[in-house]
Design a protein around this ligand. Structure first.
Ligand code: GLU
Length: 509
């Protein structure tokens, strides 16, 4: 790509960033990095009624956790700053004025009540009210297209409330290009004259967005498909300003795991998975929403699974580092249709990343969890434990459940397994086993295995008759890694102790 690639992620700080928003940020980031471009963060906070104070920081923290930092944005390389629209207020009026002068926009003085009445009137006749070429000059609507210049000046001088509306051209077919969707044709007669600016001095999203993309020299706009209906207006605005338009790419939605429609927080609550990258506390209600980070996802796994929700590399490969994603990412492989989210697949991604980590790395992550549980133990011991159990873990937290018996004696025994495996004569057998274990001088895996198996064979009973009760004794349930590995880890004394405990609890019960 010869031009200078500059992309932006332009969230409105209205609450926690949904994972769909993170995906938009990620695709922007990948596209920028692939083309040695710049990834800009712009905070679109013109709508003060929906503003939430902790949302901007949440967005920044989320990008940081995902390891997709912005190159320019609030407080960072402010080359084209400020990057908060609320701090750019003074900029927009001149652009609204420019459109008014060029005849691409007009003042409208209709009050909310008047517009409401028009809407109701139309509805009563089975029609929909659209403010556009149909009615804007018919005399029922109050705007500068029908009022005299003096009258308009008078109203503004009087402090009458007004809006500036875009004057959508009549009878034109717009040919729009989208990098994901291809060519889209739109008849301008179907569009309404959107509000661009209000008498309180604030621009609307449309004006601020276009002006900022232009001033910030944005080359590609990559955003969610909910903005596709704005594309005709945005294209017309570039034409009106006589500015070169950026290229556009609209990303399809992330869909619910079951049923139809957009993945929502409610789906996450119902099916038990997060939809936000980080835990979020609602400032007003105090409600806490879970986050991928706090649920134990590795940021790399989260990014990987998001990348593949709506993009495919064209190969079977599913696991990608951020670096590999940057190399492979391509807008032409972004899907036109929505991508169904699968919570199981999300877990699978995390499991894959966990398995790639060494026992040493996992131990570093697991030690603080053990400390929180009051378990202070030797790091080497923990590392050996982790090596034995990690293959069954999807999350670091799973290690707790998988390894508890390495740190303390079982205090209870799985009742179902007990019923099935601990028979009348099991206590006697286990007492004999204690003597066998005691007699193993050199307590190594090979020796223990040879002695115990030799003894079982000599007794001419099935291995299960001993090994299953032994597992119950050492683990408390019929799970866990190889029994002889467990015995080596906990040692001869503890092995004997646990068999005694089991006999005491299960044979005398
Ligand atoms: N502020 C818009 C949003 O919240 C940005 C849309 C765009 O990227 O143009 O998603």
């Amino acid at each position: 790509m010869s031009e200078n690639v500059r992309v932006r992620f332009a969230p409105s700080p209205t609450g926690p960033l949904h994972m769909g928003g993170v995906r938009t940020a990620l695709y922007n980031y990948l596209f920028a990095k692939k083309h040695n471009g710049t990834f800009v963060l712009r905070i679109e906070d013109t709508d003060q009624t929906r503003y939430v104070a902790n949302a901007e920081q949440y967005i920044i923290d989320s990008l940081e956790w995902c390891n997709i930092p912005f190159d320019e944005g609030p407080g960072k390389n402010e080359k084209y700053g400020p990057y908060r629209q609320s701090e750019r207020k003074h900029l927009y009026k001149q652009y609204a004025d420019e459109l008014l002068e060029k005849g691409w926009a007009y003042y409208a003085f209709d009050t909310a009540e008047e517009l409401d009445a028009h809407r109701k009137d139309h509805e009563a006749n089975g029609k929909t009210f659209i403010y556009n070429w149909h009615n804007r000059e018919k005399g029922r609507l109050v705007n500068s297209l029908v009022l005299s210049k003096d009258e308009v000046q008078q109203r503004i001088a009087n402090g009458d409330k007004y809006v500036v509306r875009f004057k959508t051209p009549q009878d034109e077919t717009l040919i729009l290009e989208d990098e994901v969707r291809g060519t889209i044709k739109i008849d301008t007669n179907t569009l309404d004259d959107k509000v661009l600016f209000k008498s309180d001095g604030m621009p609307t999203y449309h004006l601020a967005n276009i002006v900022d993309d232009h001033l910030m020299k944005i080359s590609h706009v990559i955003r969610g498909e909910e903005w596709l209906p704005s594309l005709p207006l945005h294209t017309l605005l570039y034409k009106a300003f006589e500015w070169e338009a950026p290229k556009f790419a609209h990303l399809s939605l992330i869909l619910k795991p079951v049923g139809k429609g957009k993945l929502s927080k409610r789906d996450g609550d119902k099916l038990g998975f997060p939809v936000f990258p980080l835990e979020y506390t609602n400032e007003k209600s105090g409600d806490v929403s879970r986050g991928y980070k706090e649920d134990g996802y590795f940021a790399e796994a989260f990014i990987n699974l998001l990348a593949l929700l709506g993009w495919n590399p064209g190969t079977e490969q599913e696991l990608f580092s951020l670096e590999e994603l940057t190399q492979a990412f391509d807008l032409t492989r972004v899907s036109k249709s929505g991508a169904k989210f699968s919570p199981d697949k999300a877990k699978w991604f995390n499991q894959q990343y966990l398995q790639q980590k060494s026992a040493e790395e996992l131990t570093e992550l697991f030690l603080p969890i053990l400390t929180r549980q009051g378990i202070e133990t030797d790091k080497n011991y923990v590392q050996n434990v982790v090596a034995l159990v990690k293959e069954r873990a999807n999350f670091v937290n799973d290690l707790t459940e998988l390894s508890g018996f390495f740190f303390s004696n079982p205090t209870e025994y799985d009742p179902k397994a007990t019923k099935k495996q601990w028979k009348e004569n099991t206590g006697e057998l286990m007492t004999e086993l204690i003597a066998v274990v005691e007699g193993i001088e050199d307590f190594s895996i090979e020796n223990a295995q040879a002695e115990i198996k030799g003894w079982i064979t000599s007794k001419e009973i099935g291995f299960g008759k001993v090994m299953q009760p032994l597992r119950l004794s050492l683990v408390g349930k019929l799970a866990g890694p190889d029994l002889f590995e467990i015995m080596m880890m906990i040692g001869k004394e503890t092995t004997i102790q646990r068999i005694q405990n089991a006999i005491a609890s299960l044979s005398n019960a």
